[in-house]
Design a protein around this ligand. Sequence first.
Ligand code: FAD
Length: 466
Amino acid sequence: MMKHITIIGGGIAGLTAAYYLQKQIKEKHLPYQVTLLEASERLGGKIKTERRDGFTIERGPDSFLIRKQSAERLAREAGLGDQLVTNGTGKSYILVDGKLHSMPQGSFMGIPTQVKPFLFSDLFSLSGKLRAGFDFVLPKGEPKEDQSLGKFFRRRFGDELVENLIEPLLSGIYAGDIDDLSLMATFPNFYQLEQKHRSLVRGLQQTMPKPKTSPGKKRSMFYSLKDGLQSLVEAIEEMLDDNVVRKNTVVKQIEKAGEQYTLTLSDHRTIRSDAVMVATPFNTMKKMLGNYDFVSSLEDMKATSVANVALAFDQSAIKEDIDGTGFVVSRNSDYRITACTWTHKKWPETAAPEGMALLRCYVGRPGDESVVDLSDEALEKIVLSDLNKIMKIEGTPRFSVVSRWENAMPQYGIGHKAKVDKLEKDIAENLPGLFVAGSSYRGIGIPDCIDQGEAAVEQILAYLEN
Ligand code: FAD
């Protein structure tokens, strides 16, 4: 008998699952049918590229880590191997106390792996440097289930290294307060390094793969795609059979009905399914499963809001430029932008046509999230005024693209991993055949979401085989 698998949510996690399920069903001639239900009129979720006047503008993510291999693998599967582009490795900066400082060479997520560049960096005071050096002598911390990222790094390196380097870099990824974020859900490897090597610097020095490039030359860490990350979404959509994807389809409720599940849509129609993968944000999943106490009693998951503003200029409008690909802003600076990328230098082959510049700035840090609700004009003004404090841009941009991401950045609070483990265990006991995946659970990066999509495929197939 044909069995039906339903995936809810057409972001990268759901799309990955749809693609690999279809592939396995075809290869192994399995009697299963897959449907992907997406609430909006488009697939991709947070991956969204705007192509305009020869510019490639990422409204959401702009790249994925090369080191985590599942995204590259998926791109190659989708026939996009020749479209992969690596980032330009120009200088990057941290804006501290209103001044741009070069990122010290050899820093990994802000943690020194070479001593000299930190000793000579103008990012820290002498006492800040001495305090950071405590990392070499401090004992390892007591074994703990979890703790905040901020607390962990402050204990090892002191406040100054955290505020001037680690915090701005990590906030750039998580759009959250590092004193509230979980160490074990974000960087468990740092905890393990400390437990094993005591000193994080020594631990990193011993465990980081040695660069293949010549010393001093920076390696590209990220991939993007020539026509933007949305081409991955488009290529996967193209490979899915016609009857798989149903857009403009909002799932409101999921209920177990005997061996199957009944999914109720916003137009009250229902769908029966033998296995279900929920690849929406946690809070939406919680509403769909609101009839189950073990889900409805869970706390909502915090998610922060950010916006980015992409500004297109003729290069001649930039009178005083900076030699680099971008900067992040420390929270002790009097700026409202939190990060800026010189996109045309980070992605020189793809972002902007010859002679043009594309700058993309983020706003919206914890405590200043309301900035996201300002009008496009107001945001553009804030960004230009901040940028003109450190470079000189004349005139107005050719055009700007504002992207708002409300409650879009899931915050992994302390104890997050244990909560996810428990949720999955409870679901397995109470709702066998239902699986959750995506950025609310086991990693927010694109490769993390792809990993979760792949893992869900294995779980679904194992469940249906039994
Ligand atoms: P989503 O993309 O959120 O997809 C969920 C889908 O579910 C959506 O399409 C939604 O419409 C649908 N849905 C919701 N409710 C329902 C319902 N009731 N019924 C049916 N469908 C529903 N990651 C990186 O690796 N690199 C980066 O550079 C990077 N930058 C980022 C910048 C921004 C501004 C943001 C917001 C994120 C960034 N990320 C980055 C993170 C990464 O983009 C996301 O974590 C990832 O794309 C999330 O994928 P997902 O499939 O889990 O969820």
